[in-house]
Every structure is written in structure tokens, then in C-alpha cells.
Design a protein. Structure first.
Length: 409
């Protein structure tokens, strides 16, 4: 009996410890829950005391501006004149008289192919010419007095004419073996070497007249009425980032391209721009149309999109009663940084807008509910809705000013 009691006591002690531990865990869990509930109540109470909290936004005042609509397209730069010189006949290069990148004048001899055989033949033919010519002249005199037959005269004349023609042919053949500059310009990289045998059409050297640089582009025929000679064009190139090049339209094709339905146009760059452009360069073009005055122009970041179209937010002033309500709430005043910031409080009004044109960071609006003098929201729109309470930030909005290097039409 005593041994059974000794075995029973440790079991009861172990059970008591387990219950006590479980009770402590439950009490701790309840305490944590109670603490969180109390914290939430305190936060809710603080928010209730502070009232509605404003969202920070940036905004700009709408002012009328000049706006120059543009036609956007792409084009390819080309020189005033330019060509890749090649050989008209096969032969061995005997002389290269030009260097890569050299300035040349029209008629300068650049490359000469071996023409020793032709020159020797020409020399022999020219040596025969005086005697053949004398013989022809003698027969011409004798035929008048009928001292020789007409057939003998004709033979003498034919021999003379054939020799003269042969001499001219040899001179032309020699000339074809000499490559001359077709116009004033600058040479590219010389692609041949002395002693090299070249075939017909082998590229020798490019010559480009860069005194004027042109750009060829195409525009929809619907825009034809907006084009005129002397119209301003600006260009940008990926190879010249941050730079803008000026040009003017100099020619408009008098017929529509049947395959594309577009009208081909050519413009000439000004002297400063031409010096920075290379033939074949791809450029993006903007053809300036007539300038429009008193237009509503806003940063593009002020226009957002929803399933119904484009929309913006305009700031509206608080009523005197609402402003006084906020001013009487000390907790709210502290949350916005002091009473001085009460004048920066506004309500938002959502308005539908219509974009007429876009350029760079700006958008031209038409037929909208916005008007000159309105404050339009440019930043913080993701946190607001129609009628939201907002506070105007002193910081400039992101995307509301163009980089200094940009040039607008």
C-alpha cells in the first residue's frame, strides 16, 4: 500500500506542473491579444481625433501658351552629291593619286589603270597620221584635175578617216582607265591597292560633296495641304543624342508615290547642322505647322487614363466652414506640420480631358473642363480620387519641365 502511494505522488506532481504551464501560456496569449486590441483602439482613437488626413500632391497653374503642331516622320540624310567611283573596264592599278579622306576638285585624277599597251599603240598610230594625211590631201588635189581616179581618192580618204578614228578610240580607251573626281568633295576610304587587278564595277573610292546636306522623307498625302517650300523642319539622330538639327523644305514631289500613297519631300539642313551629319544617317523629323496662340498646354503627367478615356484632377478651394473645422482640430494641425499649411489644403475634382497633340513632356488639351487659372495635379494621383483632401507640396513635380538640352519647335 505504501509503495503504491509513493508511485502515485510523482504522477500528480507532474500533472500539476503541466496544467500550470498551460495556464501561463493561455494567459500570455490573452495578454498579447488584449494588447493588440488596445493598440488598435488607441490608433483608431488618434485617427478619429486627427480627422481626415490629406494626401500630398504636386500641381501647376494652367496658363495659355503658344503651341506649334508638328508632323512627325523619319528620313535619311544624303549629301548634295555623292557617288561610289568604280572601274568601267578591267585592268591592273598602276597609280593611286588620292588618299583616304582627301579634299578633291572636279577633274582631279584619282586612280590610273595600266594603259601602256594602249599608249604604245596610240603613239604608233599618231606617227602614221602625218603621212596618211599628206597622201589623202595629195589625192584630194589630184582628183580635182582628174589625175587620179575617184576610187583611189576614196581609198586614201578611208585610210585617213580610219586612222583618225582609231586614234580617238585609243584616247577614249586610255581615258576610261583613268578615274577622275566628278565634282568637288571629300573622298572616303580608298578600297584598292597599286598592282591590284580589278574587274568592271569594282568599288574604288567614294566621293561626297558635303557643301549641302539634305534629308529625304515621305508624308501622308492627307497632310499635303500643310506643306510649303521653306517650311521649318527639325531633326534628331540616335548618333547625335541631345542635339537638334534645323532644316527647311526645298522640294515637294509633284506626284504621289503609287506604291506607298505618300508624297516625297526633300529638306536642306542649315550650315551648322550639316557639318555634324553623315550621309545615310537615320533621323527623326518634325515638320512645323502654323503656330497656335492661347492654347491650354499641361505636362503629360497631369493626364491619366481609365476605362472611359483620359482624365485629370483639378484643385478646388475648401469652404470657410471646412477650413475652420480643420483649424480647430489641434491634432490635425500638428499632423500637417502647423497652421501655416492650412492654406495648402484643397479638394480634388476629377475632370474628363481630351488630348489634341503631344510633344516631348507636354500635351495640348482641347474642349476640356479645365480652364486658364486652374491648378492641375501633376503628382500623387495614385493616392487620390474625386473629392479627396490633399495638401499641396512645395516640391516641383517629376516630369513637369523639359531638360535644358531639348529644343522645341
Amino acid at each position: 500500500m505504501s509503495s503504491h502511494s509513493q508511485l502515485y505522488k510523482p504522477k500528480r506532481s507532474h500533472s500539476f506542473i503541466m496544467r500550470l504551464t498551460l495556464l501561463i501560456i493561455v494567459l500570455a496569449f490573452v495578454a498579447v491579444i488584449g494588447l493588440n486590441i488596445f493598440k488598435g483602439m488607441m490608433i483608431s482613437n488618434a485617427i478619429a481625433n486627427a480627422g481626415e488626413q490629406p494626401s500630398a500632391v504636386t500641381a501647376v497653374k494652367i496658363e495659355t501658351k503658344q503651341w506649334t503642331p508638328v508632323i512627325e516622320t523619319t528620313g535619311s540624310v544624303r549629301p548634295n552629291q555623292g557617288s561610289m567611283l568604280s572601274s568601267q573596264i578591267s585592268g591592273t592599278v598602276s597609280k593611286i593619286l588620292v588618299r583616304s579622306g582627301q579634299k578633291v576638285k572636279k577633274g582631279d585624277l584619282l586612280v590610273e589603270l595600266d594603259s601602256s599597251v594602249e599608249k604604245a599603240t596610240l603613239q604608233a598610230s599618231e606617227a602614221q597620221l602625218p603621212s596618211i594625211k599628206q597622201n589623202y590631201q595629195r589625192y584630194a588635189t589630184l582628183v580635182k584635175s582628174q589625175s587620179v581616179s575617184r576610187a583611189e581618192y576614196d581609198n586614201a580618204k578611208a585610210a585617213y578617216d580610219a586612222l583618225v578614228a582609231n586614234i580617238e578610240s585609243l584616247k577614249a580607251s586610255i581615258a576610261r582607265r583613268q578615274i577622275y573626281a566628278p565634282f568637288d568633295g571629300i573622298t572616303g576610304i580608298v578600297k584598292i591597292n597599286e598592282g591590284q587587278y580589278i574587274n568592271v564595277g569594282t568599288e574604288i573610292v567614294r566621293v561626297e560633296d558635303q557643301s549641302l546636306m539634305k534629308v529625304d522623307f515621305s508624308i501622308s498625302q492627307n497632310q499635303l495641304e500643310n506643306l510649303y517650300i521653306g517650311q521649318k523642319v527639325t531633326a534628331t539622330a540616335d548618333a547625335r543624342l541631345g542635339e537638334t538639327f534645323g532644316a527647311k523644305i526645298t522640294a515637294i514631289e509633284p506626284a504621289i508615290n503609287k506604291s506607298t500613297g505618300l508624297v516625297d519631300v526633300q529638306a536642306v539642313f542649315d550650315e551648322e547642322s550639316a557639318s555634324k551629319l553623315l550621309s545615310g544617317m537615320f533621323v527623326r523629323l518634325r515638320v512645323a505647322l502654323a503656330t497656335e496662340n492661347d492654347q491650354i498646354v499641361v505636362p503629360q503627367v497631369a493626364v491619366s487614363y481609365n476605362m472611359y478615356g483620359e482624365m485629370s484632377y483639378i484643385l478646388t478651394a475648401l469652404s470657410d466652414e471646412e477650413r475652420q473645422k480643420f483649424a480647430d482640430n489641434d491634432t490635425f494641425v500638428k499632423s500637417i506640420g502647423g497652421a501655416d499649411n492650412l492654406n495648402k489644403l484643397y479638394r480634388t475634382k476629377q475632370v474628363t480631358v481630351f488630348t489634341k497633340d503631344r510633344q516631348g513632356i507636354y500635351a495640348q488639351l482641347k474642349g476640356n473642363d479645365v480652364k486658364v487659372g486652374d491648378m492641375i495635379v501633376t503628382g500623387g494621383m495614385q493616392r487620390i480620387g474625386n473629392g479627396s483632401l490633399v495638401i499641396l507640396s512645395d516640391k516641383p513635380g517629376v516630369g513637369t519641365s523639359a531638360p535644358a538640352s531639348n529644343t522645341n519647335l
